[in-house]
Unconditional design. Structure first.
Length: 267
């Protein structure tokens, strides 16, 4: 790969890491299409993306954790099934055709864009306590919320399957899952998702590494770019209003999904 190409990839991945870390996501939704645009095969792009998003998420989680914005207990209850299934699907991803994965990737982006564009209710410090089997009442800082574990855990597992197959973080699903099914305030959901994404990325990458050859030089270089970008982005996120940026991000996801479908079916 030419030096100019590597430099271009480094700069782009840095910017993606910066932006995605603001939303508690690893960046796989952009990492994979970017590498495809540079003629990197899909399966190679997916495995490299998972390694890079680990760096992004660890970097962001470090900042969010120091700001005491991560609900560690909730993450450790919901996330393990995601990580295990990301490992399994990552291992078998090589057996699925690239065209199928590209179309699935595009559909995931379209689905995720809806949650980015739709209005977000203002965070509430407290909400009526929900009783019954499967509900877990959480007190975290100044907030109280209820997690529907009977729904959240299976959906988290489904997110893990998709994450491992496509080389994405699952953050596109986890933030909406935390907000809509667990009542987690947006800023806490973004921070908690960043930690969960790092674990999912690790599971998916380990699965890919057992069945594919990894371009370690490229993966490590791009991980450095993503790590630095996420350090900046997560620090900005702690202080910023995300409503407008969130909508613009959703529109961008739709555009990328259209390009992915064209890339899969137009050749």
């Amino acid at each position: 790969m030419a030096t100019s190409t590597i430099i271009a990839l480094f700069v782009i991945i840095f910017l993606v890491g910066l932006i995605f870390s603001m939303f508690g996501q690893g960046g796989g939704a952009f990492f994979v299409p970017i590498m495809l645009a540079f003629s990197i095969p899909f399966h190679d792009a997916a495995s490299t993306s998972l390694f890079v998003l680990m760096a992004t998420s660890i970097s962001a989680a470090w900042v969010y954790g120091r700001s005491r914005m991560i609900d560690w207990k909730l993450a450790l209850v919901i996330d393990p099934i995601t990580d295990v299934l990301a490992f399994v699907s990552g291992y078998f991803a090589i057996k699925v055709g690239a065209t199928v994965l590209k179309v699935l990737f595009a559909l995931v982006l379209i689905f995720s864009s809806y949650f980015m564009i739709r209005p977000v209710k203002a965070d509430k410090a407290t909400s009526p306590k929900k009783k019954g089997f499967g509900w877990w009442h959480r007190k975290f800082g100044d907030y109280e919320y209820d997690a529907n574990l009977l729904v959240a855990i299976p959906l988290s597992g489904a997110a893990g399957i998709i994450a491992g197959l496509l080389g994405i973080s699952g953050g596109l699903f986890k933030v909406p899952l935390l907000v809509l099914l667990c009542g987690v305030p947006m800023k806490i959901a973004i921070a908690t998702s960043s930690f969960m994404v790092a674990l999912t990325g690790l599971g998916g990458f380990l699965g890919h590494s057992l069945s594919e050859t990894i371009n370690w030089k490229l993966a490590i270089l791009l991980s450095i770019a993503a790590f630095v970008g996420a350090q900046i982005g997560s620090r900005i996120s702690v202080k910023m209003n995300k409503v407008l940026l969130k909508k613009l991000f959703g529109i961008l996801l739709i555009l990328i999904s259209a390009w992915m479908i064209y890339n899969a079916l137009g050749k």
